[in-house]
Design a protein around this ligand. Structure first.
Ligand code: ADE
Length: 457
């Protein structure tokens, strides 16, 4: 790949002969040519700029000088067949650094790395006469006006070097170890990179995260991915909302939702707020419950029974009563764009488990009871339910519980698999009355303390 960097300060580009960039040039992988714009200037003073039409501060670089330079550099044959322009397959890009340009991002850099030649026209002063970009676009040249950030430099040279290095390092054979490219910031899903550590093992009493010291590669990979997600959500919420959704697995989505970013199955990601319900949420909660409860019922359950259950158990009054007793009933809600899209209801304290539902002796008497966990259909698989459950478990642990029990319809294998992923195990069965129709549920229990007594939730 060929880079032609045109500037009134061609010496600026000397650092590109160093390090990996210099090696790549020696190896013939890239060629970097710096050109002095003044070679195409005329007159005694070889002037390249003039005062702006319309007035204003500073000087503007002349289109005629730039055009002479660019015509010549754009005509350089890149390979045999190019001399007479018959080889149309060469991709040449005219890149113009400017603070008003398109942000230079990794996906853009990845695209530029497919070009055969990138010519960077480095402006100084107030920039280059706008007709330069207009003209070359007009004659079919691919023109990219790009910015390396929301700040103003003295000229385009530093931006040209940034572009050159960012593009060149993606070329096959540039990196000693191409694996380095795979997990770095902005690659793959677009996440920022996870933190890295090396020797010494202890530095000023700071330790290496335990998981990195064991050989469990899957656990290490998960830990790194979770840290990358946390970092991205904290430092670049804009990036967290615009990741490549097809590169996000279920656990990624759960980690993102825990950081306040929900990726629905379809459509754009949205910020999600997971919070305690207030009494004022009662109507919205009742409506959400009425929408979601029927979807969790077995298909043969009559609609009248479902409606009777909703009227009796999921009314606004019921939610108002429950939300006003937070010492007994803990409700967490997930809110997206001002609407409730998911909730959990956990009963805590002594006698939380409804004993008419649980066979005696099968569930710890002091368990908390996860009575409800529902998420609106478009947000299933977004990680919202995972976050709600994990927060509910943590809350139950904080209330002093060492286990949490729940019941779910025995036909609902999807729900059982979900709870299993969250550490619940099948323990018992119960009969659950929905509007006078008796249903068979499985009862599942999750312990909140490990064998070593460590809190897990
Ligand atoms: N020239 C001056 N400032 C610049 C920036 N932020 N990006 C690209 N080119 C520039």
């Amino acid at each position: 790949m060929r880079f032609d960097l045109i500037s009134i300060f061609p010496d600026y580009f000397a650092p590109l002969t160093l390090s990996l960039m210099g090696k790549a040039e020696d190896a013939g992988l890239v060629s970097v040519e710096a050109h002095d714009l003044r070679e195409w200037a005329t007159g005694k003073h070889r002037s390249v700029d003039d005062t702006p039409y319309g007035g204003g501060a500073g000087m503007v670089m002349r289109a005629d000088v730039w055009a002479r330079a660019l015509d010549e550099v754009l005509a350089i044959p890149l390979r045999t067949g190019d001399e007479d322009g018959t080889l149309a397959s060469s991709r040449r890009i005219l890149a113009i650094p400017t603070p008003s340009g398109t942000p230079l991002t990794q996906p853009l850099v990845e695209d530029l790395a497919c070009a055969d030649q990138i010519i960077v026209a480095c402006g100084r002063y107030e920039g280059i006469d706008a007709r330069v970009a207009q003209h070359y676009r007009g004659v079919g040249v691919e023109v990219l006006e790009f910015s390396i950030g929301d700040y103003v430099l003295n000229g385009g040279e530093v931006a040209a070097m940034v572009l050159t290095e960012a593009v060149a390092r993606l070329l096959d054979g540039f990196m000693g170890n191409p694996d380095s490219l795979v997990e770095e910031s902005h690659s793959g899903a677009g996440l920022l990179e996870y933190p890295v550590f090396t020797k010494p093992r202890e530095f000023r009493s700071l330790q290496i995260p335990e998981v990195l010291l064991g050989g469990n590669h899957a656990a290490i990979e998960r830990w790194r991915r979770d840290r990358a997600i946390e970092k991205t959500a904290a430092v670049r919420p804009d990036i967290a909302l615009s990741l490549r959704a097809d590169s996000l697995g279920r656990e990624d989505r759960a980690a993102l939702a825990a950081c306040g970013v929900a990726y629905p199955r379809e459509g754009a990601a949205r910020p999600v707020d997971i919070r305690r319900a207030e009494v004022g949420d009662a109507h919205a909660l009742s409506a959400l419950a009425a929408r979601t409860f029927p979807e969790a019922c077995p298909p043969d359950l009559p609609r009248e029974a479902i409606d009777a259950f909703i009227a009796a158990e999921l009314s606004p009054d019921m939610f108002e009563a429950v939300a006003s007793q937070p010492e007994r009933y803990r409700i967490l809600v997930a809110e997206v764009d001002g609407a409730l899209v998911g909730y959990t209801l956990t009963v805590v304290g002594k006698g939380a488990i409804p004993d008419e539902c649980v066979r005696p002796g099968k569930v710890e008497a002091d368990a908390a009871y996860l009575s409800k966990c529902y998420v609106d259909a478009p947000w299933r698989g977004s990680g919202i339910a995972d976050t709600l459950v994990e927060r509910a478990l943590a809350d139950a642990a904080q209330c002093g519980h060492t286990s949490v029990a729940l019941g779910t319809n025995r036909a609902n294998k999807h729900a059982q698999a979900f709870y299993k992923r969250h550490g619940f195990r099948r323990r018992s069965t119960r009969i659950f009355d929905v509007g006078g129709v008796l249903n068979h549920d499985v009862v599942m229990v999750r312990h909140l303390t490990g064998a070593d007594g460590r809190q897990l939730a």
